[in-house]
Design a protein around this ligand. Structure first.
Ligand SMILES: Nc1ncnc2c1ncn2[C@@H]1O[C@H](COP(=O)(O)OP(=O)(O)OP(=O)(O)O)[C@@H](O)[C@H]1O
Length: 690
């Protein structure tokens, strides 16, 4: 009998479905056992008519199912509660699927590669501890030079010098190949390359450009030149520079001497070339031929270098290679690249390619000396000179694509590592940072680093002001005072009155001042602060002015300080400062006339101011490299120094996997004056922009 056309709808419960699925999982098992219990004959019969049986079974089960449903529907209609209970009882107990128990995973050892992608010389550098020093007298250096160095206070070779000098000077440890050096800022790298260069040229007869030193900035050129001149005393070697602080023509004049030589044969060749050029236009556009035309009959022009060692910036070097007649690198024996990572990072008119080509270039036949001319006509060409290359940095690159451009010959890498407790931290830093950027980083072991939280950064100038007042100037003034008292007691004070700064500034706060004339001896020796910063106050458009303004116009002269107001002691050094202004600023800072220098990253490389005691990173540097070079302006040549970094809420400063020690500073209490000054400054800037 067919069921009713309609009935109350009872949704199927999930367990019913689950039951079905459980049943369907269990069914084959049950069937298996059921089948195995049947007699073999029946089994055979079943096998013979499997399709029919299956279909019949299927129809039967459908009928059963339908009649069951009808029964349930009837029961529900008659006794709904009992029916529901019965249905529930019918439900089998269900369990979720549980993952099978698994064995404990076997811990995998940390991956330690047994190979390195770096070539052996980079992967296994010569490492030397930063404490290894050697007396200069034990090194194969001219005795006069040793005593001159001693007089100037250079008695012991620093670690980098102790490691590099034997490799570059003649002797049992001499290395016939190129050297790369990674050593901390202020560790004495300049002397490490200048000394062997000068020693190798000591007995030269005529002036030839034999040593080429390339550095990135003008300040570095001046410093390297100073050291080169110190080492060249008594040798007659001439040191020149090319940086663009003179006109190009004046610089050409300083580098190359134009002369003439009687050589009728060569004269004929040159005349022929010159005629060719005149006939065919611009066949060979070189000033050399122009000069030849102006020569006396039978004479040819002859150019000589006026310098033995040239210290230069890469851009200016390229200009001279390309445009100065008679300037050549044919006799160069030494190529030094200081601050190599920076120089290789920036193209500077593709300087590496130009210099390498100039070093490789064959001399034209007519410019060869007689011996080479004879040899060049023979079966084998004249011997090629080898140029010794010395590549240095405190953040040495291990980027092979960059180093390859220098065509290094049998190179060796020397790394000066920090000894003692700090070495672990450095190693960490090196591991993590070297892995991240492919560079090696070194920091001076005598450097102390501090981090100062400044909230959201909106009050940074006030934090800076307080830092200067409480930790830097205050401390220094206290030290100066103590030294003053000592010397006054011993009566050894230098009476030289060069301290106009202290006397000037005393007008701000006369009652606070110690007797000014007595402070003078400590002036030059008073530690100073440099505050490299990159500013981001976009709304003010002239950000440097902002910081300078804050320091030069402190909201209130700090009454508790024996120091004068900061205004006359502070100045700016930016990239846009003209060369002469920059030089003057630096010399005033060196002498102690100025105590606070607000600088950009221009001052972060190579600047050597021995007395500089504090670096303040007003903003967190953009890279680790930048941090290393900035803080490296202090703690130089084994002196102590401190680096302070202001950081905002979202920033963090870590070193060697740990946070740099924090110092809490309460910002200077001058908010109202600060806001007022900011408003005034904004007005000034907007006024100036109109
Ligand atoms: N053997 C020495 N004895 C005493 N002072 C030294 C010695 N060698 C170098 N110095 C001094 O150490 C200071 C730092 O030297 P230098 O500028 O060569 O360091 P650097 O390693 O090139 O630093 P940077 O990487 O920052 O350029 C200089 O003032 C220099 O005169």
């Amino acid at each position: 009998m067919a069921g009713p056309l309609y009935a109350r709808y009872i949704p199927e419960k999930a367990p019913t479905k689950t039951k079905a699925s459980v049943q369907s999982i269990e069914a084959p098992e049950a069937q298996k056992y059921a089948l195995s219990a049947r007699p073999a004959k029946k089994e055979k019969k079943e096998r013979e008519q499997p399709k029919k049986r299956k279909r019949d079974k299927h129809e039967e089960s459908e009928e059963e199912e339908a009649s069951k449903k009808h029964k349930v529907a009837d029961a529900v209609r008659e006794e709904p509660e009992q029916a529901a209970q019965a249905i529930e009882e019918e439900q089998p107990e269900l369990h979720d699927l549980v993952p099978l128990p698994q064995p404990e995973p076997v811990p995998e050892p940390d991956y330690k590669p047994t190979f390195s992608a770096l070539p052996p010389w980079l992967a296994h550098p010569i490492t030397v501890t930063s404490r290894a020093t050697t007396p200069f007298s034990t090194l194969p250096i001219d005795t006069k030079l040793v005593s001159h160095l001693n007089q100037k206070g250079y008695t012991e070779a620093f670690a980098v010098q102790s490691a590099v000098l034997p490799l570059l000077l003649p002797g049992p440890k001499h290395h016939a190949g190129d050297i790369c050096v990674s050593a901390a800022t202020g560790s004495g790298k300049t002397l490490a390359y200048v000394l062997p260069m000068v020693e190798s040229m000591r007995h030269r007869v005529v002036t030839k450009l034999q040593g080429l030193v390339v550095v990135p900035t003008r300040e570095l050129v001046a410093q390297a030149r100073e050291i080169a001149e110190l080492c060249s005393v008594g040798t007659g070697l001439k040191v020149g520079t090319a940086v663009g602080n003179h006109s190009f023509a004046a610089e050409q004049e300083m580098l190359v001497k134009k002369g003439r030589r009687y050589d009728p044969e060569k004269y004929k060749i040159l005349q022929a070339k010159a005629k060719e050029r005149i006939l065919y236009g611009t066949a060979e556009q070189d000033a050399y031929l122009d000069d030849a035309v102006d020569m006396l009959p039978g004479h040819v022009p002859e150019y000589e270098s006026k310098v033995d060692i040239l210290v230069c910036t890469p851009g200016r070097l390229v200009e001279h290679i390309q445009s100065t007649t008679g300037f050549s690198l044919d006799d160069v024996q030494w190529l030094v690249i200081d601050e190599a990572d920076r120089l290789l990072d920036q193209s500077f008119q593709e300087w590496v390619g130009v210099v390498m080509a100039a070093l490789q270039a064959e001399k034209p036949y007519e410019e060869m000396n007689a011996r080479d001319q004879v040899l060049s006509k023979m079966w084998y060409p004249p011997e090629r000179r080898t140029v010794r290359k010395v590549i240095l940095s405190a953040t040495m690159t291990r980027d092979l694509s960059k180093l390859d451009t220098l065509r290094l010959r049998r190179p060796k890498l020397v790394v000066i590592e920090d000894a003692g407790e700090l070495a672990g931290q450095e190693a960490n830093l090196q591991d993590t940072l070297a892995a991240a950027s492919g560079a090696i980083f070194e920091l001076p072991p005598t450097l102390k680093e501090w981090a100062i939280p400044v909230g959201d950064g909106s009050d940074k100038p006030l934090y800076l002001l307080r830092l200067l007042q409480t930790h830097i100037l205050h401390e220094n003034e206290a030290k100066a005072r103590a030294r003053l008292e000592d010397s006054t007691a011993s009566g050894s004070g230098d009476e030289d009155d060069s301290s106009s700064v202290l006397s000037d500034s005393s007008s701000d706060n006369t009652t606070q001042q110690p007797p000014t004339q007595k402070l003078t001896p400590y002036h030059a020796a008073t530690p100073k602060a440099l505050s490299p910063a990159s500013y981001t106050f976009d709304q003010l458009r002239r950000p440097n002015l902002h910081l300078n303004h804050r320091i030069r116009n402190p909201p209130l002269p700090p009454p508790h300080l024996p120091a004068p107001a900061l205004r006359p002691l502070t100045t700016l050094l930016t990239k846009s400062s003209a060369t002469s202004t920059g030089r003057k600023t630096l010399s005033r800072f060196r002498s102690g006339t100025l105590r606070i220098l607000i600088a950009t990253d221009r001052a972060s490389r190579g600047l050597d101011i021995p007395e500089l005691a504090h670096i303040i990173n007003y903003d967190i540097p953009r890279s680790v490299t930048s941090y290393v070079h900035r803080v490296g302006r202090t703690a130089r040549a084994g002196r102590e120094g401190e680096a302070w970094t202001l950081f905002t809420d979202g920033e963090e400063i870590r070193r060697g996997g740990r946070k740099v020690e924090r110092v809490k500073i309460v910002p200077a209490e001058a908010r109202e004056e600060y806001e007022e000054a900011l408003g005034k400054l904004k007005g000034d800037v907007e006024g100036a922009g109109r």
